[in-house]
Design a binder for this molecule. Structure first.
Ligand code: SF4
Ligand code: SF4
Length: 359
């Protein structure tokens, strides 16, 4: 822990509410796993984007703009209704910066009204006590913040120094689970920062994960000896997190390709601000079909489709969901050729990158 940081504790009432919400969420997660093992017909995890706009401009990021309007609440609700109708278990709200959406609470409430697990990925800059209490009241269950460095630099302002007070507010007032993600690998100036961030997260009572970045050619590059030590230490610190079950990060750390079955387009969906279904944040543009027209047959086809980008993939949430199905149903189909006319202009293909992101 940094010397100038303090440990804050929640009140007895927050502790009691937190214990209750954690227990309920854990029960719902166990039900989610059982349902996913019994049937392969529904999406397990869906990322939705209520606004593409972000209040930051990290230089590595390809997932934001600084001008677009939020998706209207009614439109978000009807997308969530469709996803609930498909039997979706978990909805994670992402962006851009989701807290810039003026009706984010109602979006979370609508997710919970359908009985789905509600999560959010945010840069944390808009969090204050009042916002945290609103998120508590709306029923948020998971929140993740990605922190890139110990002090802000020209690449990213998402630093421990900038965010530490907000982390303390979360430790004091949040009744939902908080995970702090740090990064290691190509382009990370000071790997010791990741360790500092992870220790601070655990000291504040949060879970901690670490993402590994490829080099700029998207190549798998093994971590150096000190980075590997830091990686292993953070993975141990993060032992309460689901990520410990996942071997893929160890393979990426060693610079090895990973053998798995990506079920994006089926068990995992990425719904952009235009309401189109994509494989994931790093493969936007395919299949690029409106959610309203996305049939069970299309989902089942994607379930059986082998993804060319899987061996070098760094999208950890999709890999975690894939664990539920890796043991069954080998993928034998190839991606269908894309029909350009069906893809509106904003949804150009974004190939897998070599950069970290909140998403
Ligand atoms: S990485 Fe996150 S915080 Fe940074 S610009 Fe992209 S969406 Fe915004
Ligand atoms: S980049 Fe990863 S998550 Fe996205 S489609 Fe490819 S293998 Fe799947």
């Amino acid at each position: 822990m940094a010397e100038d940081t303090k440990i804050v504790r929640p009140s007895a009432s927050i502790r009691a509410r937190r214990r209750l919400r954690f227990a309920r969420t854990r029960l719902r997660e166990l039900r989610m796993i059982a349902k996913a093992l019994v049937s392969t017909k529904h999406p397990v995890l869906v990322h939705v984007i209520p606004n593409r706009r972000c209040n930051l401009a990290c230089t590595y990021c390809n997932e934001f703009d600084d001008f677009s309007k939020p998706v209207p609440l009614d439109e978000m609700k009807s997308r969530l209704d469709i996803l609930a109708g498909m039997g979706t278990s978990i909805i994670t709200i992402s962006g851009g910066e989701p807290l810039m959406h003026p009706e984010i609470e109602q979006i979370i409430r609508h997710i919970r009204k359908h009985g789905m697990i509600a999560g959010m990925i945010t840069n944390g800059f808009l969090l204050d006590r009042k916002t945290i209490e609103k998120l508590n009241g709306a029923g948020l269950e998971h929140l993740q913040i990605s922190i890139d460095n110990a002090v802000p630099d020209e690449v990213s302002l998402k630093s421990l120094k900038t965010l530490d007070t907000r982390l303390e507010w979360l430790a004091q007032y949040a009744v939902f689970q908080v995970n702090i993600n740090s990064v290691l690998g190509s382009g990370v100036k000071n790997p010791e920062d990741a360790l500092k961030i992870a220790h601070r997260a655990v000291d504040l009572g949060f879970t901690s994960t670490v993402g590994i970045i490829h080099d700029h050619n998207g190549q798998l590059k093994p971590l150096g000896p000190r980075e590997t030590e830091i990686f292993e230490e953070i993975m141990t610190l993060g032992k309460r997190s689901f990520s410990r079950f996942n071997e893929f990060q160890h393979n990426v750390a060693r610079g090895r390709e990973h053998n798995w079955r990506c079920r994006s387009g089926s068990r995992y969906l990425y719904i952009c601000e235009d309401g189109l279904v994509h494989w994931c944040s790093q493969q936007r543009g395919y299949p690029g079909i409106p959610l309203t027209q996305y049939t069970p047959e299309m989902r089942h086809r994607e379930y059986a489709t082998k993804k060319f980008c899987a061996p070098r993939c760094t999208v950890s949430c999709v890999q975690q969901i894939a664990i539920l199905d890796n043991w069954r149903d080998p993928q034998t189909l190839k991606p269908k050729p894309m029909a350009p006319a069906s893809v509106p202009a904003p949804a150009q293909l974004v190939q897998i990158g070599s950069v970290p992101s909140d998403n």
